[in-house]
Design a protein around this ligand. Structure first.
Ligand code: GDP
Length: 461
């Protein structure tokens, strides 16, 4: 009984407490919310930049920093202590919280941000895809250190692959941070900065970004925190006249999300805590405490016990928010990543096949793309084996019209319409209905083979 009371107290504070905290939250929620994904080649400094952001926004105290510094020193990796901050998710996992994509939150003047990232993971790409599919803004971290930019950028480096995946999964705005500008081989050299910027702009343009509208490039030192929260001192870098990273993030313009539409939240994290808590980004609609919803595809009715935005409890939350939702009516073991929390009145369909428009990127050597081709499908938080059931049409690249001729196989660069099958039920949407639930990539042997959008779903689901 005592235990029950204690729980009640946590969950049901006094009316006065509720009023104060809800007012505070509603005030804060007037700030828009954006999700950020950190991308870039291994060792470019993603974890360091993430850790430094949390330190600069006061979310890590000096004692913790000292602890990390000591630990890093003991491992003879003095310079890595900032990166350790982002790795605290490992501890959470050890405590039994299964979180596919790590989350950390911070605020600037106009915006609440969630950093979606899992830099410590070995199999980084699937996690990166899950994060990118939830992100509004990408921070592409590039190392300016001699040799490192070149290694990350050349064929096989992750800079290209991550950037292309980010574009595929709807990250329309990128901030390119040229990092490690403090390194002795760079020493805030304007020439080195301009050289990398020029290469990157050319590449991003070829990847389909509108370079003048969607891309901002700036120099930083993640390790020292220079030009991150505030603009840097002329004494450090005499030539830079642009914004700091926080200013650039605050200035990013993305269209405000539409709160109407059926509720959809793909589940990308879960844990057990007084019920089942699921985490994800709301892609459509709004959720209110007390709502009845469905977990799809297993059609389980659930009730929303509480909604958390970061650490704070809220009554109601709309699209673009990253939430943790406490549910009753389902066990956490019955939920898998890629399941979708969905409205009851207008539930998301569950399918084992769909029609897609695909652009073939890069097939493995000696492979052709034809019916029977098997790949791994990545769509929102879903990772699922799939098979091409039928090539329906090839599209003429010039006219964008279907070529009126039976097609049996295609090669790199082709645009095709095909039917794709999976073994398990998955919840997806047509791209034209909810974009983030309708764009995907196909991968084989750890390489992106094709990217695509869902254009047709079976009528009777
Ligand atoms: P990640 O693999 O992209 O997450 O890279 P990390 O954040 O783990 O950093 C890789 C290495 O680069 C570590 O030794 C960092 O201390 C170092 N590093 C990261 N940012 C900077 C920086 O701004 N300046 C310098 N000099 N080193 C950095």
């Amino acid at each position: 009984m005592e235990e029950e009371l204690r729980l009640l107290q946590i969950d049901n504070p006094t009316p006065a407490q509720i009023a104060t905290s809800l007012d505070e939250i509603e005030e804060e929620n007037k700030k828009r919310h954006l999700s950020v994904v950190l991308i870039g080649h291994v060792d470019a400094g993603k974890s360091t930049v993430g850790g430094q952001i949390l330190f600069l926004t006061g979310q890590v105290d000096d004692r913790t920093i000292q602890k990390y510094e000591k630990e890093a020193k003991e491992k003879s990796r003095e310079s890595w202590y900032m990166a350790y901050i982002m790795d605290t998710n490992e501890e959470e996992r050890a405590k039994g919280k299964t979180v596919e994509v790590g989350r950390a939150a911070f605020e600037t003047e106009k915006t609440r941000f969630t950093i979606l990232d899992s830099p410590g993971h070995k199999s980084y790409v699937p996690n990166m895809i899950s994060a990118a599919s939830q992100a509004d803004v990408g921070v592409l971290v590039i190392s300016a250190r001699e040799g490192e930019f070149e290694a990350g950028y050349k064929r096989g480096g992750q800079t290209r692959e991550h950037t292309q995946l980010a574009k595929t999964f709807g990250v329309s705005k990128l901030i390119v941070v040229i990092n490690k500008m403090d390194d002795p081989t760079v020493n805030w050299s304007q020439q080195r900065y301009e050289e990398i910027k020029k290469e990157m702009r050319g590449f991003l343009k070829r990847s389909g970004y509108n370079v003048s509208k969607d891309i901002q490039v700036l120099p930083i030192s993640g390790l020292l925190g220079t030009n991150m929260k505030t603009r840097m001192d002329r004494g450090v870098c005499s030539w830079w006249e642009g914004p700091s990273l926080f200013e650039a993030l605050d200035a990013v313009e993305v269209p405000p999300p539409d709160p109407s539409g059926p509720f959809r939240m793909p589940i990308s994290g879960k844990y057990k805590d007084m019920g089942t808590v699921v985490m994800g980004k709301v892609e459509s609609g709004t959720v209110t405490e007390g709502d009845s919803l469905l977990v799809m595809p297993n059609n389980t009715p659930v009730k929303v016990l509480a909604v958390y935005c970061g650490e704070k409890k809220v009554r109601r939350a709309g699209p673009a928010e990253n939430l943790a939702i406490r549910l009753s009516g389902i066990d956490d073991t019955d939920i898998f990543f890629g399941f979708v929390l969905s409205s009851v009145a207008n539930p998301i369909g569950a399918v084992t096949e769909f029609v897609a428009q695909l652009k073939i990127h890069e097939l493995p050597d000696k492979f052709v793309f034809s019916a029977g081709y098997k790949a791994i499908l990545h769509i929102h938080s879903i990772v699922e084996e799939c098979e091409i059931a039928e090539l329906m049409h090839q599209i003429d690249m010039e006219t964008k019209q279907p070529i009126p001729k039976k097609v049996y196989s295609v090669n790199n660069g082709a645009l095709v319409i095909c039917r794709i099958q999976v073994n398990n039920l998955i919840c997806i949407e047509k791209f034209e209905d909810i974009r983030q639930l309708g764009r995907f990539s196909l991968r084989t042997k750890d390489k992106t083979v094709a990217i695509g959008i869902v254009i047709g779903l079976p009528l009777h689901q």
